[in-house]
Design a protein around this ligand. Sequence first.
Ligand SMILES: [Fe+2]
Ligand SMILES: [Fe+2]
Length: 170
Amino acid sequence: MIKKKIEDICNRQVEREGYSSSLYIAMASWAENNGYPGIALWLYSQAEEEKLHMLKFIKYINERGGKATIPAFKKPVAEYKSVENVFTEVLKHEEFVTDSINEIVGLTLEEKDFNTHNFLQWFVFEQVEEEASVRTIIDKIRLVGNNNMYQFDKDIFSLRTPAVNAQVNP
Ligand SMILES: [Fe+2]
Ligand SMILES: [Fe+2]
């Protein structure tokens, strides 16, 4: 049976993963409206992944005898200055999520909840990958410059792993 403290903090993460999904959909929609279909696809597929992260937490809490709560999500920002601005916001958000996951890991050690500690390891690895992939994208954007987004928009999918590309572009 999951302890109340751990249940609560995992439910907090349900909200954060779900909000990540909403945020990336809002960014994808901005990209679509501003002539960047490749970037939009990247963000939509990222939003799908975040939904799966939320579901992982929901299922885990319920599996351990807790009760997952499905929250309301705050409205994400819909306007961005540039593609670079979108991705620096993505990175900021992913760093926030990494801190959030690490805080839960810390609590599982304090509470000696080794099951949840083990469950979280997937997320610990995932955050390293997510931050690294966004940093690579920001480096590329700075390399080509904000006014050369046409080719970048076409190329962005090559920065994804083949498995994700196949999911979105079957
Ligand atoms: Fe996530
Ligand atoms: Fe993420």
